[in-house]
Design a protein around this ligand. Structure first.
Ligand SMILES: Nc1ncnc2c1ncn2[C@@H]1O[C@H](COP(=O)(O)OP(=O)(O)OP(=O)(O)O)[C@@H](O)[C@H]1O
Ligand SMILES: [Mg+2]
Length: 375
């Protein structure tokens, strides 16, 4: 998977830019607040249709403008293009190869990328929702059907929560309809759990390998990371859909009054987590800052390896400010790791071994200029 070009208009702090990438390492280089991350954000839209940092689309539109445009050209087995049009007060329009996209599941997985940004450090110590988001994004890229299940699950959960919230005032509606929602919730929960668990198993193997290689250079290779999927129904395995479905049904029937009292759904995949350990210790409780960085980076590199295994090609690696988070040993490891892959990274540092053969794009005030190397 190669990202060939991105074009932006009135996007964030850039009025207009057309930036081409090479299939190796591309570095967006510039001081703080110039528009480096903004361009990564534009490329990332092609992957999920969502920004990794804006809470709503209007934030993407340049201040003072009433609309923005993003176009990303990429190649897998053929050349493809995806465009986004934003207009203040209107729904965004997406086109894939000039055809209007009406369902997000139709575009997800076309352009595959792995993003690593400073916020990903919270994968280790942050709230369970950070790890669930990681899983949801990673699996969605591989299996568009997962997006369909997730969307269904979220709709069911919302309806069920409303029912629970109103149950004390309107017990009759609750009694008449709860079973319908229970069944649907458990059905989708079983599908999602199985996919999450299977993904975690794959990620664990790659992550351990990567962590070993990385630690070799720092003399701490005896610590092996492990990952365990923690479903809210606390099963040892989520392989069997019927077993998971039955387990969730049993939990929902066990103490319905508790859920009515809480006014919300207490069991389901919205309460899942992933346990990350280093050796036999919980990384959340004991990992040092550096270990957290290594674990998060390894998890992200594992995400890339899984895409490669599944689709036969590496995704595009989008690395935001990753160098400033890594020591020399880890930087060297990363440099070796990204050889042969397409990388679009941002950096403020003008001196780095990484840039020796890289395609450098200088970024200043939303203007992107390719650096011409002197021989
Ligand atoms: N909608 C918008 N309109 C205009 N400017 C914006 C908009 N959204 C963000 N900006 C500005 O874009 C600038 C560049 O942001 P960006 O996050 O890309 O910086 P950066 O080059 O990655 O910097 P750093 O090295 O600090 O991470 C910021 O000063 C920000 O205020
Ligand atoms: Mg930035």
């Amino acid at each position: 998977m190669i990202c060939n070009k991105v074009e932006i208009r009135n996007f964030r702090n850039s009025e207009f830019a057309e930036v081409e990438f090479t299939d190796g390492v591309n570095v967006l280089l510039g001081s703080n607040a110039q528009g480096k991350t903004n361009l990564l954000e534009a490329v990332y839209l092609a992957c999920t249709s969502k920004s990794f940092r804006a809470s709503n689309d209007s934030q993407l539109i340049k201040f003072g403008s009433d609309g923005a445009f993003v176009s990303v050209d990429f190649t897998d087995t053929r050349k493809q293009n995806i465009t986004f049009r934003y207009q203040l007060g209107k729904r965004r329009q997406i086109e894939l190869n000039k055809n209007k996209v009406t369902k997000i599941s139709d575009m997800i997985g076309r352009f595959k990328c792995v993003l690593f940004c400073p916020e990903h450090l919270s994968l280790i110590k942050g709230a369970p929702s950070v790890r669930r988001d990681f899983l949801d994004f990673a699996i969605s890229q591989l299996r568009p059907m997962y997006v369909v299940s997730l969307q269904k699950y979220e709709r069911i959960l919302k309806e069920r929560n409303t029912l629970l919230k109103n149950a004390l005032d309107d017990r009759a509606t609750y009694d008449n309809t709860i079973e319908f929602w229970n069944e649907q919730l458990c059905h989708e929960a079983a599908i999602i759990s199985r996919m999450r668990e299977s993904y975690i198993k794959q990620a664990e193997a790659y992550m351990a390998e990567c962590f070993f290689e990385m630690s070799k250079r720092t003399g701490r290779e005896n610590e092996i990371p492990t990952l365990k999927y923690l479903g809210s129904s606390k099963q040892e395995s989520y392989e069997d859909l019927q077993v998971t479905r039955d387990n969730y049904m049993r939990l929902l029937h066990e103490r319905p009054e508790r859920e009515i009292f809480a006014g919300t759904s207490l069991y389901g995949v919205h309460r899942d987590d992933v346990e990350i350990c280093l050796g036999d210790k919980s990384a959340r409780d004991f990992a040092s800052q550096g270990q957290q960085r290594s674990l998060a980076l390894c998890l992200k590199l594992a995400e890339g390896e899984i895409v490669k295994k599944d689709s036969g090609e590496y995704p595009v690696f989008l690395l935001d400010d990753v160098l400033s988070e890594l020591d020399d040993g880890r930087r060297k490891y990363l440099i070796d790791e990204i050889k042969g892959k397409q990388v679009i990274m941002t950096s403020c540092e003008t001196e780095s071994e990484l840039y020796k053969n890289a395609h450098v794009i200088n970024v200043k005030d939303g203007v992107y200029t390719v650096e011409v190397k002197s021989k």
